[in-house]
Design a protein around this ligand. Structure first.
Ligand code: ADP
Ligand code: ZN
Ligand code: ZN
Length: 804
């Protein structure tokens, strides 16, 4: 008997293993690993993934697979393998890992259909199923299953004649349009035109249109072509002249845009030097990780594209990851411009259906390049020749839900499997990556010059404490105001950047810039309203809330943060003639809004672009000659040991937006702590200096890259229970881990309560704990009953990026 081992869609500790099911004889030759099936599970029917097949002579009371969801595997062997690896690395359930690799359309409820790919090949279909497609190109899955002919459909799917498509049930995700067909023969049409009374002039015109064009047309186009109304068409449908049909339109979000074809540019000497080792890695089919450290505007993207070109010429495929926030139309256009329809694009701005369509292009090998955000790393290519992660320092490459994977780790794992190079590109690499490159774990490639030797913009730092002392209470320093005014006069454009306010509140002295830090952890203390105290969220250190500044005695010590809206209002007051475009989560939530605003700015319909993080990256406007950073301090004072690094990265990115073309650029950074090394060094474009300083601090406080981190967060509706479990875990960890590891906590999380659940955390700092995953898994096991009852949650984040 043939047996399938199946992972069922019941995400719980007890069910996180394979279950054996009998494959009914009729599907014996159909079922392969990676397919999704429906199986009886207790009283329910659940979805599951076939993991492996086996043959057994004896099968005691095994249940049978109930039905099939796929005819070709949803996950190929490699992705199943990656799923297993993810499960071990991130301590998630196998089912979560498997689901994470599929587009959400395949996770949602859907209606399945089998579709004829090329109607001109209808005659090549297997005779047993040909009848189904005689009059239509699409049949429902139910219809196909009726006659137990699934194995035949499967054969024609393999031949490329048919495909299975999933239509998401949610109507808003399924894009259909009304199409109008002529229901009459040509003779009949001619005759009816003769017979119709003169008053039916419009109807005659419609029929004439079909006589000339003789093919179906979308209703909306027809209404334009012959300028008739909806009701005319409805009448003709009633009379049986015409037929209306809802057809699914192929959702290509980029379809109606033309991309000017670009060709490879002659590389600069530096670019040539950069691409050489990458090309040899491609040529020799050897996996290597390259860290491409290149200043903004040094032409990294051109290097990526030429490396991809080589890969494509070898008949292989490429994955390019860009941060969600940088998936701007400008970036997409560059890849589409070079590789045209061979590119699929995947980002969260697409609808579920659109994303699924893009995924399907990859699955069917209709494209060979995918440009996408984090999850595009799971693109089902089978012959990968290169993986590129642009802006490798971006924290959005880490997924914050289960499976808590980092796309960089998956990229390197896949790179090894395919013997393909992985390129990590950035102007401000993470300390972890740069340290690895320094130790030759990664190969370092450096691009020091901007293309055409355009100068990096000059950066001036304004001390906002000084402004206050001089009586300027506005959010614009006199220098920034002066420069903004000059841009208006010269009809050049400016970008104003405001750091997003952090989740937690820190306090700062407006007179001297003093921020209270934890003496043990070097992160800012967080204000707690309930106790009116300041607290460290790593180690638990607590102190009273000062009424005067510890540093200078000033009473101007207060919370910090300003919204974009407030800045916009103030701009309207002080520069009423300036046309401002504001870009933040509020103005860009509507689909396409992001793109529209950028286009308007590109068309010079505004003088100032004001925004948050989302404008920091990837923008390239020739007319922008001034970038202003309103408050460099906001990010610096998040309770996060990476806050200096993030500040440095952000300031560098933002500065890179100015003066990318002929006009030279200027940058003004406003700060209350201008002497801070991350601000100071960013203003001199001094990454190496920043790296040295920051590494010393990381070493002194035992942070990455000197130590690895793991964060265990406990939540429960009752405070005592939360503390109790967190304490037990901390004790157990102290007992089980080597004395080289440091266990901090338990302590309340920076966000102390969410949804009426208390949150406590323990942080583990370690260098080498071969048994760590096993020990952590043991903790999960120990509490599985309470977790299953949903009273307790335990989340374990290995290499956390968000410490909230
Ligand atoms: P990065 O990705 O490092 O920020 P880009 O790839 O965006 O840099 O390059 C900056 C600008 O220089 C772009 O406008 C790009 O078209 C141009 N560029 C890149 N390489 C070359 C080259 N070899 N010759 C001419 N222009 C180039
Ligand atoms: Zn002070
Ligand atoms: Zn501390």
């Amino acid at each position: 008997m043939k047996i399938a081992s199946i992972i069922v869609d019941v995400p719980a500790m007890q069910t996180d293993k394979t279950y054996d099911y009998l494959i009914p004889d009729k599907w014996c030759d159909i079922v392969v690993p990676g397919m999704r099936v429906v199986v009886p599970f207790g009283p329910r029917k659940v979805q599951g993934f076939v993991i492996s097949l086996s043959k057994k002579a004896e099968v005691n009371k095994l249940k049978e697979i109930d039905s099939l969801l796929d005819l070709t595997p949803a996950l190929n062997e490699e992705l199943l393998h990656i799923g297993k690896w993810l499960t071990e690395k991130t301590l998630c359930f196998t089912i979560s890992a498997l689901q994470a690799m599929l587009p959400s359309a395949m996770r949602a409820k859907y209606e399945k259909e089998i579709r004829l790919l090329d109607p001109s090949k209808r005659s090549e279909l297997n005779p047993a199923i040909k009848f189904s497609f005689e009059k239509q190109d699409v049949i429902s899955w139910e219809e196909a299953s009726e006659h137990d002919l699934l194995h035949i459909y499967q054969k024609d799917i393999k031949k490329g004649l048919l495909e299975v498509v999933y239509n998401v049930k949610n109507r808003s995700n399924k894009k259909t349009m009304k199409q109008v067909h002529l229901q009459l023969s040509m003779e009949d049409t001619n005759q009816i035109i003769e017979e119709l009374p003169a008053s039916a002039k419009r109807q005659k015109e419609v029929l004439q249109y079909f006589l000339v064009n003789n093919k179906p047309i979308f209703l909306k186009d027809l209404l334009q072509e012959v300028s008739v109304t909806d009701s005319t068409i409805r009448t003709m449908v009633k009379k049986g002249y015409l037929r209306e049909k809802n057809v699914e339109v192929y959702r290509d979000p980029y379809a109606d845009k033309s991309f000017g074809q670009t060709s490879p540019m002659p590389l600069t000497t530096e670019q040539q030097k950069a691409i050489t080792p990458i090309l040899s890695s491609i040529e020799d089919v050897i996996h290597k990780v390259f860290l491409m450290y290149g200043v903004t505007g040094s032409g990294k993207t051109e290097v990526y594209m030429q490396a991809i070109d080589t890969v494509l010429k070898k008949g292989k495929e490429a994955i390019v990851l860009v941060p969600e926030i940088a998936l701007t139309p400008q970036m997409v256009n560059r890849f589409k411009g070079r590789f045209g329809s061979r590119v699929a694009v995947m980002h969260s701005g697409l609808g579920i259906g659109e994303k699924y369509d893009e995924w399907r292009k990859i699955y069917r090998k209709e494209v060979s390049v995918v440009v996408g955000a984090r999850s595009a790393i799971f693109a089902p290519f089978e012959n990968l020749g290169i993986i590129i992660i642009d802006e490798e320092h971006e924290s959005s490459y880490k997924q914050e839900d289960n499976p808590r994977y980092h796309a960089r780790d998956v990229a390197i794992f896949r790179g090894q499997l395919h013997n393909a190079p992985v390129i990590l590109g950035s102007a401000t690499p993470t300390l972890e990556s740069f340290a690895r490159a320094s130790k030759n774990v990664y190969e370092l490639i450096t691009l020091k010059e901007r293309v055409n030797n355009r100068a990096l913009p000059s950066v001036e730092i304004v001390d906002m404490r000084e402004e206050l002392r001089n009586g300027n209470r506005s959010m614009f320093s006199s220098l920034l105001f002066e420069k903004l005014t000059a841009r208006l006069e010269r009809k050049e454009q400016s970008v104003l950047f405001l750091n997003k306010r952090g989740h937690s509140s820190f306090i700062m002295c407006r007179d001297c810039g003093y921020v209270a830090n934890c003496p043990h952890c070097d992160i800012s203390l967080t204000y707690h309203r309930s106790h009116h105290s300041l607290k460290c969220h790593y180690c638990g250190y607590e102190t009273y809330m000062p009424t005067t500044c510890n540093e200078c005695g000033s009473e101007h010590i207060r919370f910090f943060g300003t919204g974009t809206q407030k800045v916009e209002e103030e701009l309207a007051k002080v520069l009423p003639e300036a046309r401002v475009i504001r870009m933040d989560v509020d103005t860009t939530s509507r689909k396409g809004a992001h793109e529209k605003l950028l286009r308007e700015f590109g068309d010079r319909k505004a003088d100032i672009l004001l925004g948050t993080q989302m404008i920091a990256k990837g923008l390239d406007f020739p007319n922008v000659t001034l970038v202003g950073v309103l408050t460099a301090d906001t990010m610096l004072n998040l309770p996060d040991f990476r806050s200096s690094e993030k500040t440095f990265q952000l300031l560098t990115q933002v500065s890179g937006r100015a003066g990318r073309h002929e006009l030279p650029g200027e940058v003004v950074i406003q700060s209350y702590t201008p002497e801070h090394y991350s601000i100071e060094l960013a203003s001199h474009h001094n990454y190496d200096g920043f790296y040295q300083s920051e590494m010393r601090i990381r070493k002194a406080h035992a942070y990455p890259p000197f130590y690895y981190l793991a964060l265990v967060t406990v939540t429960h509706p009752e405070l005592t229970k939360t503390v109790d479990v967190a304490e037990k875990i901390a004790i157990y960890l102290r007992k089980s881990l080597s004395n080289q590891s440091i266990i901090l906590g338990p302590v309340t999380s920076p966000i102390a309560r969410i949804n009426n659940r208390y949150r406590y955390q323990c942080m583990i700092k370690y260098k080498n704990e071969p048994n760590l995953n096993r020990i952590l898994k043991g903790i999960l096991d120990r509490y599985q009953r309470e977790i299953a009852q949903n009273s307790l949650t335990l989340s374990i984040d290995l290499n956390p990026y968000i410490m909230m």
